[in-house]
Design a protein around this ligand. Structure first.
Ligand code: GLA
Length: 358
């Protein structure tokens, strides 16, 4: 049987963190780092996967009956989760042999796990001659991550990986799941710097934060914090972050549309302060890196993703980006002793089948 290749990009979130599971707004873009799956259908109801980057091959039942927690390799648990949630949506139990490889650093807040789940889901559906609409696929991959690790993640990462559009950020309404691509100005560099300190969602306070948000929404008798007003949450720091962040996302999307880069910087920095002080998901390293980037001349900087480690995102004009990175990473290194890693990302198209490499 012929080999088929699938690619799913990671994502970076321009602004709007910890808003997706509150049915709020996010503004991510799919990035030019990705997970690739090279797959061949097989006839015996077994899914055999090998990773080029991570240890251990995994063998799973194609009908989704393998319990994710029973899989030794953590990356294999995501695969078991994907098989389970696709089976629940009617995917026939077709087998597959596949090799997985990824260029996305793990635990960096760049959605290496969503890219893995999405690329595997595309390959598995293809091997079974099965199709799902994009939103159902995103939901299946979101649920897969929830069953794989028991962390109640939102839908931003999977949807961004699937719906990415070259040259665009995506304004996503996480209630209606409407995705509105917004062009990124050409002169804008999307600068991302890894603190060198990874985080694991499992042992981070992610679930605790989500619970805190839901508790406030229930007390206010609201379906979600999406519907809360600033006055209603004035004395609730966690909820206050969500409400103020939603407003910042919408403002940032308007600024992008108008090509008003100057207006974006302060919104990003305000987002960081809110994630640090109200939502309390920042770390010493993230704060130090944000400060170093601002000192070096970035108009705005913030932690991006779940927090608790991982990456900082900063804006810069393309001309200034290299000098800002140079100064900021030097200062960060000398202040923390950690080795930062810098990227300048382009926004790419969402996941899909790709031609074989030559
Ligand atoms: C992780 C989750 C997302 C989202 C972000 C925080 O990346 O997977 O659903 O909640 O954290 O914005």
């Amino acid at each position: 049987m012929s080999e088929r290749w699938f690619r799913a990009p990671g994502r970076v979130n321009l602004i709007g963190d910890h808003t997706d599971y509150n049915e709020g707004f996010v503004l991510p873009l799919a990035i030019d780092l990705s997970c690739t799956v090279r797959a061949r259908a097989r006839a015996d109801g077994i899914v055999h996967l090998r990773s080029l980057d991570l240890e251990g091959a995994v063998e799973l039942a194609a009908d989704g009956s393998t319990e994710p927690a029973d899989v030794k390799a953590v990356w294999g648990r995501y695969a078991a989760g994907v098989l389970r949630t696709l089976a629940a949506r009617g995917r026939p139990a077709a087998g597959m042999d596949a090799v997985v490889s990824s260029t996305i650093p793990l635990g960096a807040g760049l959605s290496s796990s969503a890219a893995l789940s999405v690329s595997l889901a595309l390959a598995l559906n293809d091997a079974a001659g099965f199709e799902l609409p994009l939103l159902d696929l995103a939901r299946a991959c979101q649920e897969a991550e929830q069953v794989a690790l028991g962390v109640p993640v939102g839908i931003m990462d999977q949807l961004a990986s699937l719906a990415g559009k070259r040259g665009h950020a995506l304004l996503i309404d996480c209630r209606s799941l409407e995705v509105e691509p917004t062009p990124l100005p050409r002169e804008l560099a999307i600068l991302v710097v890894h603190t060198g300190v990874s985080r694991a969602l499992v042992d981070s306070g992610y679930a605790e934060r989500r619970q805190a948000c839901e508790t406030v929404a229930a007390r206010l008798e609201l379906r979600s914090l999406r519907d809360a007003t600033p006055a209603q949450v004035a004395d609730e720091p966690r909820a206050r972050h969500v409400v103020s962040e939603n407003a910042r996302v919408l403002e940032a999307a308007r600024a992008l549309e108008a090509g008003d880069i100057a207006a974006l910087g302060p919104l990003l920095t305000a987002s960081h302060q809110s994630l640090r002080d109200d939502f309390e998901v920042s770390t010493h390293e993230l704060d130090t890196l944000v400060l170093a980037l601002l000192e070096a001349g970035a108009p705005g900087a913030r932690l991006t993703g779940a927090g608790f480690g991982g990456c900082v995102l900063a804006l810069a004009s393309r001309d200034a980006a290299a000098a800002i990175v140079e100064t900021a990473t030097r200062r960060y290194r000398s202040r923390t002793g950690h080795e930062p890693q810098a990227f300048v990302f382009s926004a790419v198209d969402g996941a899909g089948a790709i031609p074989h490499a030559p």
